[in-house]
Design a protein around this ligand. Structure first.
Ligand SMILES: [Cu+2]
Length: 156
């Protein structure tokens, strides 16, 4: 009974610490936003929201579950369209990303932001590997057609 009680006390303390953290954090954000005038308030709150989102993402990443350090994104173009619709792959910053592209048209795959281009031709599989060193959202398109085939999100 004694060790069980000790565990319960420790758990309660941990929960209390998390609750305190969650309660205290937003009030300090609000304290910064409050003194500003009406116009900048919207941008301040937007910044606060972005900060909160980033914090949540970081907390999720911190869980013991390990993510692979590489990601493969498969995109198939059939009849000049993306099979299954435009892809929205999400990777972590620093991951080695490999785009595997099959197309039944001749064109050029262009990854914006990283500015990587590679020709595609029918009957050939094209692999484009790169390190996701820059966070953000990047369009991948068939350049000559101006067709968006994916929007890559690199999370920081
Ligand atoms: Cu482009």
């Amino acid at each position: 009974v004694q060790p069980m009680r000790r565990v319960a006390v420790a758990a309660a303390a941990a929960i209390a610490a998390v609750v305190l953290f969650l309660l205290l954090r937003p009030s300090s954000d609000g304290g910064e936003a409050a003194p500003s005038s009406t116009a900048p308030t919207s941008s301040s709150s937007a910044t606060a929201t972005a900060t909160a989102t980033t914090t949540a993402t970081t907390a999720t990443t911190a869980t013991p579950r390990k993510r692979p350090r590489s990601a493969t994104v498969r995109i198939t173009i059939r009849d000049g369209r993306v099979l299954g619709g435009i892809k929205h792959p999400r990777v972590q910053k620093g991951e080695l990303v490999t785009l595997v592209i099959r197309a039944d048209v001749s064109d050029e795959v262009h990854l914006h932001g990283y500015d990587v281009s590679r020709a595609v031709t029918p009957g050939h599989v094209v692999r484009v590997a790169f390190h996701a060193t820059v966070a953000g959202r990047f369009e991948i398109e068939l350049e000559e057609r101006g067709l968006e085939i994916a929007e890559l999100e690199v999370e920081r």
